[in-house]
Design a protein around this ligand. Sequence first.
Ligand SMILES: [Zn+2]
Length: 261
Amino acid sequence: MKGSCERRSMRAAPPPIKMRTDAEQLGLPFLPTPDLSEVFRRVFSRLRIKSPVVSIGARFHPFAGLRSTIRVRDGAVKARVSDVLTEASPLVLEALAEILLARVFHRRPSREARECYLAYTFRPAIRSRIDAARRERGSKRLLPARGHHHDLEEIFHQLNDRFFDGEIATSRIGWSHHHSRRILGHYDSGHAAIIINRKLDSPSVPRYLVEYVVYHEMLHIRFPVERRGQRRVVHSREFREAEKKFPQYELACRQLKQLCG
Ligand SMILES: [Zn+2]
């Protein structure tokens, strides 16, 4: 969760893999990797972008999850696309190219492109590749749950009994290595891990505040990310309603805002 009770969804955490292995296991003929730069050049000219561009290059990159980046420097466009998508159809790759190019050239991607890309990334097979990439490539080093002032594991079990009938399962919970100014907590579905910002492990932070942040991350397990039309809904209405059941909800929101301000 971010540093306040803001309604905005978290960044598409956003998030690649050994597709080759999958294809081999399924005994499918091995498909040639598409020429990504060509895809981007094609979409660039279709969008009729007027900005002067000297070159366009794009390649697959083994990100720890479904993540793609683009930048323009001195007229050169460089994109890196999650290698979870190496087997995606040309249509899906074109849709992503449109989304990325639109982002960097301040356009609005078409509805078709957004729908096409989102539909592909929500396929169960793709979701499990994304999770596998996160698990294998992401570094999820946590500090132990028992901090100097608050014990996350104890808080987790207590909340689990009190609000979830003990039904929330997670493999790990721990403190982050780094202090982040804005991210107070995070649920990583690839690692089934809850990570809480170490800055909350302080004598000046009352226990109920830590409880609230852990509770919020537990709700991410109870209410996984949904797809609604073209949007990924991270904090659904059900999520927000459940969040308000936390006894000191209002107070916790105010205090967390101050803490991150
Ligand atoms: Zn959240």
